[in-house]
Design a protein around this ligand. Structure first.
Ligand SMILES: Cc1cc2nc3c(=O)[nH]c(=O)nc-3n(C[C@H](O)[C@H](O)[C@H](O)COP(=O)(O)OP(=O)(O)OC[C@H]3O[C@@H](n4cnc5c(N)ncnc54)[C@H](O)[C@@H]3O)c2cc1C
Length: 503
């Protein structure tokens, strides 16, 4: 394996990225939306406008669209565009908005980074948007950081380097910390440090009756259990999160690409990852390239150790075929922690996409690797490509028992998913065939996966979603839901129900 030092040009580029300001507004689609459900009449919101002057966006205001559209482009026509948006500046605004919506029978939904795959931070009624609440305060004595409910990965990337600390964050800059932590939070640090939700020490939230309550190991313990894995949009609106932080060590960031001998390389890679040390955090993907359908395997991630030690870990794969270190963005870069994160970061721009996930408990076997490649070789070609992915979990994620928090997927070693992307210009028959292929591949994965899915890769095509997301924790979550939100104020198509579903 060749070790490339980060180029001077790339360094300059990364330095220039500095605080990485996030996109202020998502681009509007040129064509008018054909919405599945019409928004409520905005005249109903006059009382709210009076209660929260300057905070309410109505459809005639240009900024409104940015907070009612889904990140996932293919759902922009399918999800409603709220009649009104409250841009909450503090917890009191959230309380006022919740109380007003409940008193007036208006459906409401919380929105932070707006990156729900299935577009669930949308409603016909009122979006309570907390994305302005971006305060971040680090306490050097406790080594904890307190984040407002609207903090995104980009804000963590800008602030944590100044105090030399880190936690388990994502790599897509515009994703909200709220959605991330409330559904678990997977990232390259999770095998060393645990999930983002494992690092939460306290949170504050506004309940359906408008009360602002502290939630921690000693305050509201049922909610404390529930919100660490099943919090997004289910019980209330979180206005702050406090996290423990960790040293940010030097590491080796890398992207490795294999485009030959995949039939031999993939099984070796899976065996290697299954045995990997906690210092390794990776996403493996086998990609079917846009338009050509050519397959390649990409290993992207970080290793807390030197390139030489990383090479030792990956030696069994290297022995079969070394990665192609050509003009494909490959690199192996020893660097300080935050330069590494800049190399791994992605903006996470809106896309046309479907992603379907399943966890893997069983050790890897040749049949599974062969089946993955067989499905990918039959993949229809789209303008934006398709891929099978494996996020290496295990390690510190397994140090917490499945029933200790609401996040149940603790015994698995790989979070697998099929991600299908396309372009607006792809013919609809091509898109339909890509979606059929996705569903057939997903069904075939049942032979080698656990039947559980990651709730943050929320998937409106999964019929058994409640059990898939929450496993054996579902019954307790339903009981807590009935206690905290008996009138189902916080609901969306895949929210925690008031009764346990039959299947
Ligand atoms: C480009 C991209 C990259 C991603 N990368 C990762 C990754 O590396 N690791 C990972 O684990 N996941 C990742 N995800 C999945 C991501 O964690 C989820 O989509 C998450 O729900 C997004 O949170 P958000 O705040 O941006 O989204 P939103 O759409 O604002 O919210 C998601 C859900 O949480 C609810 N919610 C939002 N704010 C609050 C609040 N303050 N209180 C209560 N409920 C709230 C919403 O109502 C909605 O149901 C990624 C998603 C995308 C689109």
């Amino acid at each position: 394996m060749r070790v490339d030092m980060i180029s001077a040009r790339r360094r300059a580029l990364l330095r220039g990225m500095g605080a990485l300001p996030f996109a202020a507004a998502l681009p509007a689609l040129a064509r008018a939306p054909r919405l599945a459900e019409a928004p409520l009449d905005s005249a109903r919101f006059a009382g709210l406008v009076r209660a929260l002057p300057g905070r309410v966006l109505l459809p005639e205001m240009p900024a409104h669209l940015s907070f009612v559209q889904t990140w996932n482009l293919h759902l922009r026509d399918a999800r409603p565009q709220a009649a009104a948006v409250v841009r909450a500046q503090n917890a009191r605004d959230v309380q006022t908005a919740v109380r007003w919506a409940v008193a007036n029978g208006v459906p409401l939904v919380a929105r932070s980074g707006g990156h729900s795959y299935a577009g669930y931070s949308s409603t016909t009624g009122l979006v309570i948007d907390v994305s302005s609440m971006t305060a971040l305060a680090y306490d050097a004595r406790s080594r904890r950081v307190r984040a407002g409910g609207g903090v995104r990965n980009a804000h963590l990337f800008a602030t944590l380097p100044t105090v030399g600390r880190t936690l388990t964050h994502g790599r897509c800059l515009d994703v909200g910390a709220a959605g991330l932590v409330l559904g678990g939070g997977v990232g390259f640090n999770m095998r060393r440090l645990g999930l983002t939700c494992d690092q939460l020490t306290a949170t504050e939230m506004v309940l359906p009756d408008g009360r602002l309550v502290p939630v921690s190991a000693t305050q509201n313990p049922d909610l404390w259990w529930a919100v660490r894995g099943a919090g997004g949009g289910n019980f209330g609106i979180h206005t702050s999160f406090t996290f423990r932080t960790f040293d940010a060590p030097p590491l080796t960031a890398f992207k490795l690409v294999w485009d030959q001998q995949l039939d031999q390389v993939l099984p070796a890679m899976l065996r290697t990852l299954h045995q990997a040390p906690r210092a390794l955090g990776v996403k493996l993907s086998i990609e079917s390239a846009p338009r050509t359908g050519r397959l390649s395997m990409v290993l992207l991630g970080q290793f807390v150790g030197t390139p030489a030690k990383l090479a030792q870990v990956l030696a069994p794969v290297d022995a079969i075929a070394p990665p192609n270190m050509g003009e494909n963005g490959s690199h192996v870069t020893p660097c300080d922690y935050w330069s590494g994160q800049q190399l791994l970061a992605d903006r996470g721009e809106p896309e046309f996409m479907v992603e379907r996930s399943r966890y893997l408990i069983e050790p890897p076997n040749e049949g599974m690797a062969a089946a993955v490649l067989q499905h990918l070789r039959k993949a229809p070609v789209t303008g934006a490509g398709l891929r099978w992915k494996g996020f290496l979990t295990g390690g510190a994620v397994q140090d917490v028992a499945p029933h200790q928090t609401a996040f149940v997927h603790r015994r698995d070693w790989l979070l697998t998913s099929i991600e299908t992307n396309w372009l607006a210009t792809d013919p609809s028959a091509q898109v339909a065939s890509a979606l059929d292929w996705t569903d057939a591949f997903y069904a075939a994965m049942a032979d080698w996966t656990s039947g559980e899915s990651y709730q943050n890769f929320i998937d409106d095509r999964e019929p058994r979603w409640a059990r898939a997301y929450h496993g054996g924790n579902l019954e307790r979550l339903v009981a807590i839901k009935r206690q905290v939100d008996p009138n189902n104020v916080f609901n969306f198509r895949q929210s925690i129900p008031l009764t346990v579903p039959a299947s």
